[in-house]
Design a protein around this ligand. Structure first.
Ligand code: HSE
Length: 367
């Protein structure tokens, strides 16, 4: 069996990945060795009482694995990857972090979109396979059917990104913010709407409101800035859209994708409002057929209030592998302009699932 070292299995992405591996039976078809940066020698989450955690900073122990899968974050990748390669290790490095994404010797993995390229890179001897930015992966999963037909001239995407994308501590702080707002209105049962609004606003803008992690109130608010500034005026999250999508698709010239990324107080799912400039006027029935044939996870949602509120929200999609896309219509700019709204779980297809499936490629190559 393929010997895989798993680092970062306790964090949000790692624990979702471990759950997926358990439910797909991967732990029975791979020899998984669990590593830890904080508790080497402790009990591993799988393999019985005798299975202990290896030290995730011990290069020799990592080098005994044929593949290392890291959800530990970019700091760990920077600390360990170069040293592991310098030791002569020629195994497969699979990573959720962005650190290595744009290196020539790394491929981005999103196999429902780029299985051919993954296979080609494997055949060519590539050893580094990296998960892409969550928003980019979810967008490509949603509109893969149109991209495949060469029908997309450009995409403007306006995102509504869940707090889990910003990390566990920020999600926990959002919980504290929600709690503080809830406490502010417990005495206001029967109060007027304006009294409720004023009580919320007083607490949300007060000095005691917890913002040390997020940097601003997120509960009952929208923050149109994610990651650091680029010279272009984009944020780095916005800059990644075209760069990473083009690498996943092998598109040269790059596919034009741009927009504004905003953080909202959703928990797991990223939403994106799309304006797609099509290469030609495509009838909606054909658009729907192409989108739903894009991959096995796309789910079309009717452009009705009932279906939208039931199926096209972060709460409705959380915990699911399905990628929902709806609000499909030609925009009033003309029949070549398609409007759409898509929602996907950023911890699943946005992070854990492409990495889990990369292990499948390696396992299949072995058999
Ligand atoms: N950069 C993303 C976010 C995380 O901030 O939501 C998923 O890659």
């Amino acid at each position: 069996m393929l010997k895989v070292g798993f680092v970062g299995w306790r964090g949000m992405v790692g624990s979702v990945l471990l759950d997926r591996m358990r439910s797909e039976g991967d732990l029975d078809s791979l020899a998984v060795q669990f590593f830890s940066t904080s508790n080497p020698g402790g009990r591993a989450p799988h393999g019985g009482a005798s299975a202990v955690l290896q030290d995730a900073r011990e290069i020799d122990a990592l080098a005994r694995c044929e593949a290392v899968l890291s959800c530990q974050g970019g700091g760990y990748t920077s600390e360990v990857f170069a040293a592991l390669r310098a030791s002569g290790w020629n195994g497969y490095w699979i990573d959720a972090a962005s650190t290595l994404r744009l290196r020539e010797d790394a491929a981005l993995v999103l196999d429902p979109i780029n299985a051919d390229q993954i296979q080609k890179r494997l055949d060519d001897g590539c050893r580094n396979f990296i998960g892409a930015n969550c928003t980019v992966s979810l967008l490509l999963m949603a509109i893969g059917g149109l991209l495949r037909e060469g029908l997309v001239e450009w995409v403007s995407t306006m995102t509504y990104q869940a707090v889990s994308g910003a990390g566990a501590r920020k999600l926990t702080e959002l919980g504290s913010q929600v709690g503080a707002l809830g406490a502010a209105t417990t005495d206001l049962q029967g109060g007027s709407a304006i009294e409720v609004e004023q009580a919320f606003t007083r607490v949300q803008t007060g000095a005691a409101f917890p913002v040390s992690e997020i940097g601003a109130p997120l509960a009952c608010n929208v923050l149109p800035w994610i990651d650091r500034a680029m010279d272009s005026g984009q944020t780095r999250e916005e800059w990644k859209a075209s760069v990473e999508a083009s690498k996943i698709l092998g598109a040269d010239p790059p596919v034009v994708i741009d927009g504004i990324c905003a953080r909202v107080d959703a928990l797991r799912c990223h939403s994106q409002a799309l304006c797609i400039k099509l290469a030609r006027a495509v009838p909606l029935a054909e658009v729907r057929d192409l989108l739903s044939s894009g991959n096995a996870w796309v789910r079309l949602v009717d452009n009705s209030q009932e279906a939208t509120l039931r199926q096209l929200t972060p709460a409705a999609v959380a915990g699911k592998l399905d990628i929902h896309i709806g609000r499909l219509r030609h925009l009033s700019m003309g029949p070549e302009y398609l409007g759409a709204f898509t929602v996907g779980d950023q911890l699943l297809w946005g992070a854990a699932e492409p990495l889990r499936r990369m292990l499948g490629f390696l396992r299949d190559a072995r058999n």
